[in-house]
Write a protein that binds this ligand. Structure first.
Ligand code: ASP
Length: 439
């Protein structure tokens, strides 16, 4: 049995609903379907979840939200009518509007209705049972998911052998109140369903043919990554690639359920497979799994003669940052110098205080800060213990005249990270992509 999750773009209109049905009909193992709220149909369109948040903001400020509410309701009614369904959504929509006007609806309950109505429609269209997420996704009072209760409740709710459609993104608090995950949280619902039902695979259907090797805004038509491990994925997302909701990894990883990212608009593409490890190698010539990065870092560097023989200098620097509640990304160092690399936005506000405190407490000979640094990460499990990869990276950058400001490699050799000027960011990613991928 497979659990399949469809994101907002796959639910955007009647045409997309039809594609979803074709995908399900192509494989009868696709039995449990988790859906997002309808997303954008075209650029400039609105996601229903955004409209629902906007609707709530109106209520909060005492402004009538009828116009927005009608836009929301009509999106569902249009999908229904275009698919020729008979489902009477009006009474529930009217009741919701009545409760909104009476100020009886919480923000979380209101935004959760995006996936609720989406799932109701999809269940009706497919002839599957509708399983409300509020009946099985159980939150604790601190907002974390009670996995045991959640898994057991889902097993009791899904009639095995029949198809089920589940709304993503929300669940219920112990008192029954609706609680939502953070944005993009339908991924988590899908992962929980896959784990609860011991699915053979968790398919996550979206609008790209898998996780791309580089950001398509930086590189033209980047290839999709066929296979990626959970550890690599963590590196890729930490350094900038937006793929799955971070919290969706844990439930499936724990149960060793592979995740397959697929494209609703190109269902024949195999997409990306995410697993703990892979046997064999689908592309032995490919050493780099993905290239990613982020702009706008700062480097605080200090040097102190004889630092290598002194105890506690680094600790003092880190203590200052800890006091300001700042987490450090990388700490490259030399014999008598050390730098800390961190997002500029984290230090901007208190920069002068932080620098003064470091000066006072670590007493360096020199203390500098450089801004406008971009961090680029080349990630790949096959780089480990293989000589020549970093040589190739730095040679390619050097040949293109890109100056490297910082180099860092984790001890697991899963990545090579380096800093360049913000202005060189796009070139650095392109140069790497072209020297490792297209050849
Ligand atoms: N609809 C929610 C959002 O836009 C959840 C999701 O789609 O995953 O964030």
């Amino acid at each position: 049995m497979k659990v399949v999750k469809f994101g907002g773009s796959s639910m955007a209109d009647a045409g997309q609903y039809r594609k979803v049905r074709d995908i399900l009909m192509a494989d009868t193992d696709r039995k449990v379907v988790v859906v997002s709220a309808p997303g954008k149909r075209f650029s400039g369109d609105h996601k229903l979840t955004d409209l629902l948040y906007l609707c709530y903001a109106h209520i909060q400020y005492g402004v009538d939200c009828s116009g927005i509410f009608d836009m929301i309701a009509n999106r569902y009614l249009d999908i229904r009518d275009e698919l020729g369904l008979q489902l009477r959504l009006e009474p529930e929509l009217e009741e919701l509007k009545r409760r909104i006007d009476a100020k009886q609806v919480t923000r979380e309950e209101l935004v959760s209705r995006g996936e609720y109505f989406s799932a109701k429609l999809m269940a009706d269209y497919l002839g599957f049972q509708f399983v409300d997420a509020a009946d099985w996704v159980k939150f604790r009072l601190d907002g974390t998911v009670n996995q045991e209760q959640t898994y057991e409740a889902l097993r009791n709710h899904v009639l095995m052998g029949y198809g089920a459609v589940i709304p993503g993104f929300y669940g219920a608090m112990p008192d029954g109140a609706i609680h939502t995950f953070s944005r993009g949280g339908s991924d988590i619902t899908g992962a929980l369903a896959a784990a609860a039902l011991d699915a053979a695979v968790y398919e996550n259907w979206t609008d790209v043919s898998g996780i791309l090797m580089a950001d398509p805004r930086l590189v033209d038509n980047p290839q999709a990554i066929p296979e990626v491990t959970y550890d690599e994925l963590r590196e890729l997302s930490y350094s900038g690639a937006q793929v799955l909701h971070e919290d969706s990894i844990f439930p499936v990883r724990e149960k060793n359920i592979p995740v397959n990212i697929r494209n609703t608009n190109q269902p024949d593409a195999p997409g990306t497979m995410i697993q703990e490890s892979f046997q064999g190698d689908c592309d032995p010539e490919r050493f780099i799994t993905g290239i990613t990065g982020k702009r706008d870092f700062s480097i605080i560097s200090l040097s102190k003669r004889g630092m290598s023989n002194q105890v506690g200098v680094l600790r003092r620097v880190l203590t200052v940052l800890e006091r300001h509640n700042i987490s450090v990304d990388y700490v490259p160092n030399g014999i008598d110098n050390v730098s800390v690399v961190l997002p500029t936005q984290a230090i901007e506000k208190d920069l002068y205080t932080i620098m003064a405190e470091i000066q006072q407490e670590a007493e360096p000979d020199t203390l500098d800060v450089h801004h406008h640094i971009a961090v680029v990460a080349a990630v790949g499990r096959k780089m480990a213990f293989r000589p020549g990869i970093s040589g190739k990276i730095f040679a390619a950058l050097g040949e293109s005249g890109i100056n490297i400001r910082m180099i860092n490699q984790g001890p697991d050799e899963l990545n090579i990270i380096f800093g360049v000027d913000n202005d060189d960011f796009q070139d650095a990613i392109r140069v790497l992509y072209n020297s490792f991928v297209t050849k």
